[in-house]
Design a protein around this ligand. Structure first.
Ligand code: ADE
Length: 225
């Protein structure tokens, strides 16, 4: 999978993909992530990419021309399955959305700033709008990093058996069960017997029961459907 991110702050997106699982995914050639500086695509003086909004009001709006020049520049080389705009008024990003996006080939992600991007880009170029939650970030970059990370770890071959995404919270509309590691007795707090039983049936049944219990307590909404 290839992901091109268009941003006014490419340096903000250097670190999130340079470590751990995202780093390995790229080293294995399973994921390519590129951050592109929107200012390289403006023809305005002083690398301007935003302007006052029509109708008045506080806050700048990202101008259409630099964005279109950037989008069309990358579209010459490849077709994008989705052109995603990160925005608090987009579709809520959930595991199901991550699963769906992980099956695509090429994605473009546009990070907004200030009051957002000119509506005409949303109408005519953007194919999907994503929010990572009901709060407003100062820009779309951190939200884009969340989306890329959630998608990247789902790509076949990125996780090994031990870290398999199949057992994540949300994959079965349930939260994950509690987990334990050594020692089996820590300050008198013991690991549940079922996990030490060595019997996969007992272990699975315990995990299912605890996952259900945790979901009922913390996120009953997940069980409603
Ligand atoms: N940009 C600013 N806030 C955001 C959010 N909650 N989700 C996605 N993009 C954003």
């Amino acid at each position: 999978m290839r992901i091109d991110i268009i941003t006014v702050l490419p340096e903000l997106l250097e670190s999130p993909f340079a470590h751990s699982i995202m780093k390995r995914a790229q080293q294995k050639g399973l994921l390519e992530v590129y951050s592109h500086d929107l200012r390289q695509f403006t023809t305005y003086a002083h690398a301007q990419v935003d302007d006052y909004q029509y109708g008045g009001g506080a806050g700048m709006v990202m101008m259409p021309e630099p964005l279109i020049r950037a989008i069309e520049h990358f579209q010459v080389e490849r077709t994008y399955d989705e052109i995603i705009y990160m925005t608090p008024d987009g579709e809520r990003f959930e595991q199901k959305v991550a699963n769906r996006l992980s099956m695509k080939g090429n994605l473009m992600i546009i990070c907004g700033h200030y009051k957002g991007i000119d509506e005409r880009i949303r109408e005519h170029f953007v194919t999907m709008e994503i929010s990572i939650g009901d709060y407003v970030l100062s820009g779309g970059e951190l939200a884009a990093a969340v989306v890329v990370d959630a998608i990247g770890r789902l790509l076949p071959g990125v996780l090994n058996d031990e870290t398999s995404a199949l057992f994540d919270s949300f994959q079965d509309d349930m939260l994950a069960p509690p987990v334990y590691t050594r020692p089996a007795d820590f300050r008198g707090w013991k690991v549940p017997q079922e996990l030490l039983s060595g019997d996969p049936k007992i272990v699975d049944a315990w995990r299912f029961e605890k996952a259900l219990e945790r979901t009922q307590q913390r996120r009953p909404d997940l069980l409603e459907d």
